[in-house]
Design a binder for this molecule. Sequence first.
Ligand SMILES: Cc1cc2nc3c(=O)[nH]c(=O)nc-3n(C[C@H](O)[C@H](O)[C@H](O)COP(=O)(O)O)c2cc1C
Length: 152
Amino acid sequence: MKVLIVYETKYGNTKKAAESIGEVIKEAGNEVTVVKVDAVEMDNIKDYGAIVVGSPTYASSQAGSIKKFISSLSVEKDTKIVVFDTHSGDGISTGGPMRRAVKKMEKQIQKNPNLTKIMNGLQVAVKGIQGPLVEGELEKCKIFAKEIAKNL
Ligand SMILES: Cc1cc2nc3c(=O)[nH]c(=O)nc-3n(C[C@H](O)[C@H](O)[C@H](O)COP(=O)(O)O)c2cc1C
């Protein structure tokens, strides 16, 4: 399946998570494109059977660019979608009022009848604001990606 992995990033952590997820999905035999949100070619978006969206958490929400991307998605019926965030954290406590980016992205997805959420989103912790990723988080990304590949 053709899979598009779209991310926003300021310090590179979300890109790193996106690339690691992409690698695993590719190894499972899919055609994977990993791209920063401002470089997505929206004219070709209908070519993809599945989309993975990754966003840093800003003020407990997804990045504005990602919000815009999800709301402007014009895709074929039954396009599969799954999201992940990065946030300041310790990798243990993922809930709380400052970590709602995944929930908010999933709420947006619900509004588009052509999108099918195939799995619950993943929350990926970075140290402080700039990272790096908390130890063990990249491993979580890989396990998440293996599950995605099974659901394609
Ligand atoms: C302006 C700003 C607001 C942020 N707000 C939150 C927040 O509400 N909750 C949180 O857990 N992390 C917050 N963070 C931390 C970011 O989520 C973190 O910098 C991001 O995951 C790094 O991703 P990147 O390396 O891909 O840019 C904030 C960071 C910035 C710069």
